[in-house]
Design a protein around this ligand. Structure first.
Ligand code: ASP
Length: 333
């Protein structure tokens, strides 16, 4: 299995999105369409959630081979609010552990009329591999693939920035911290670049920077103060210990001293800067509690937007598959 596959595979013969495996290759118009649809579904706490019957009669299976709270629950709520049946499989205690191949599990669920597989895995390549093998009416959505990509997180991040700051073309966005292990940095950075962000900065210690050619067009910085200077958006990332080998393990206290986002060093950013974090947060490591819970933080808004974005993605791919089926049916008569 290769990394960051799927840009071609995720489209049908007519170029429609049938799966969402990666944000690589999505055009500005496609991203904008998904964001506009997500915006239509956004409701804030206290309001009745948006509902729609776009997935009525359909079945969505959540297959998470890595732990997840926000993403798994928001995919479940998104599917239910679109009228789907939802099954959640705890893949950490699944048949894969008993020796069944992932494809056998997929074919078993497909035989029970599952239409959409939402998948998360610690190894690169699984969503594309499954997408290459499912039946033509079945879709796969990548809900987090190793360090490689997390497309719905990328969408919810740019939706949050757009809501708070408007036109991306005028903005400086700094992504800070453990970039090298972050699928969020890769997907959010890709979406920002495609949408024409004014200034994208990657800010991390050299050992945690992205590989040399990733996110071409972004500038790279190895000092927190310099990297976030005058930024409109500061997005800090979780230290992902689970992706570090024993010899790469970080000293959390030392990281905090140099890289922790505190109220004091947030003063380098613009006075009206927003602070983002994909969660789960290591408070007192990459971010202090006063920043995470303070007036600049839009972290809970990101979570709210996560449900709306996942509704937009699920309804778009299911509608595209239905269109394809209608066309195929017409050709058959
Ligand atoms: N929840 C995000 C992800 O799944 C960020 C993180 O885990 O640090 O990638």
């Amino acid at each position: 299995m290769t990394t960051d596959t799927g840009a071609e595979l995720q489209r049908d013969h007519a170029g429609r999105l049938r799966h969402l495996l990666t944000l690589e290759g999505l055009s500005r118009d496609e991203l904008t369409h998904l964001l506009d649809l997500a915006q239509f579904y956004v409701r804030v706490p206290g309001e009745v959630p948006a509902r729609d019957q776009g997935l009525w009669g359909r079945t969505v299976a959540n297959l998470f081979f890595e732990p997840s709270t926000r993403t798994r629950v928001s995919f479940e709520l998104a599917a239910k609010r679109l009228g789907a049946d939802v099954v959640n499989l705890d893949m950490q205690s699944s048949s894969r552990v008993k020796g069944e191949t992932v494809l056998d599990t997929i074919y078993t669920l497909q035989a029970m009329l599952v239409d959409v597989f939402v998948m998360r895995d610690a190894e690169p390549g699984l969503p594309a591999y499954v997408a290459a093998h499912v039946a033509p009416h079945v879709s796969v959505v990548n809900a987090g693939e190793a360090h490689v990509s997390h497309p719905t997180q990328g969408l919810l991040d740019v939706l949050t920035i757009r809501q708070r700051k408007g036109d991306l073309g005028n903005l400086s966005v700094a992504i800070v911290g453990d970039l090298s292990h972050s699928r969020v940095a890769r997907s959010t950075g890709r979406a920002l670049l495609t949408l024409g962000v004014g200034d994208l900065r990657l800010v991390s210690p050299p050992s945690l920077m992205l590989e040399p050619h990733a996110l071409a067009g972004a500038s790279r910085h190895h000092s927190l103060a310099e990297g976030i200077k005058g930024a409109d958006v500061v997005m800090t990332l979780r230290i992902q210990h689970e992706r570090m080998s024993a010899e790469d393990k970080l000293d959390a206290a030392a990281f905090y001293r140099e890289w922790g986002l505190s109220a004091e060093n947030l003063k380098h950013a613009r006075p009206d800067a927003i602070v983002m974090h994909p969660g789960p947060m290591n408070r007192g490591v990459e971010i202090t509690s006063d920043v995470a819970d303070g007036p600049h933080s839009v972290i809970r808004q990101q979570v709210t937007n996560g449900v709306a974005v996942r509704m937009a993605v699920l309804s778009t791919i299911v509608r595209n598959v239905q269109e394809r089926n209608v066309e195929a049916g017409r050709r058959a008569v």
